[in-house]
Design a protein around this ligand. Structure first.
Ligand SMILES: CC(C)(COP(=O)(O)OP(=O)(O)OC[C@H]1O[C@@H](n2cnc3c(N)ncnc32)[C@H](O)[C@@H]1OP(=O)(O)O)[C@@H](O)C(=O)NCCC(=O)NCCS
Length: 176
């Protein structure tokens, strides 16, 4: 079971008792504005979501994020190599997503033989785009009407982060 500790956060494998805290995130319309599904309306929806996350296994790099003993969201890879993250709006704007997603990315590059990570973002999701750019992701393309979320078509911007580009951002030695 993997556990990542950053200056302010603990990232760990999801557990069934994360249900209420994750439901608070996934049922919040502000947090779900650019997600791939509408806000969860029932606890049962979140239970299915959480069960699927747990089923990926204890070594899969997808994590709930704990801050000060509270589960505030998730960061990681439900399906490799596409990164996904969501935090409760209560905690936005304090650099916590940068800390969480940066740690997950560095963990993946350190432990897995993957050379490029990807992200798919709504063009209107300014915070997420800024976050990806700060982490070293570069834009690789775009798509129109890529997601139908609750009957509304959404567009995508595609981003990618190579192992070498991440090394430049972190100041780590470039890979051979
Ligand atoms: C995207 C998200 C995780 C960012 O969380 P956060 O903890 O507030 O992010 P950070 O504080 O680490 O900020 C990341 C960067 O985005 C910037 N930012 C934050 N909110 C912003 C906004 N509304 N508009 C523009 N930039 C914004 C920050 O200033 C920071 O950039 P900086 O380092 O240059 O100052 C959060 O907004 C969220 O959960 N959104 C809903 C879910 C979502 O959209 N997930 C991504 C789907 S692709």
């Amino acid at each position: 079971m993997t556990r990542i500790v950053t200056p302010r956060l603990i990232l760990r494998t999801a557990r069934p008792d994360d249900l209420e805290a994750m439901h608070a995130v996934l049922s919040d319309p502000r947090a779900m504005l650019w997600w791939s599904t509408p806000p969860h309306e029932t606890l049962e929806q979140t239970r299915e979501w959480l069960d699927a996350m747990i089923a990926t296994g204890p070594d899969h790099p997808d994590f709930v994020v704990e801050w000060d003993g509270r589960v505030i969201g998730k960061a990681g890879f439900y399906v490799m190599p596409d990164v996904g993250y969501i935090l409760h709006p209560d905690v936005w704007g304090q650099g916590l997503a940068g800390e969480a997603v940066g740690a997950v990315i560095d963990h993946v590059f350190k432990t897995l033989a993957v050379d490029t990570l990807t992200a798919d973002v709504d063009p209107e999701n300014a915070a997420s785009i800024r976050l990806l750019q700060r982490l070293g992701f570069v834009r690789t393309g775009s798509g129109e009407r890529t997601w139908n979320v609750g009957g509304v078509w959404k567009d995508s911007l595609y981003f990618a982060l190579s192992r070498a580009d991440r090394a430049v951002v972190t100041g780590a030695q470039a890979p051979a």
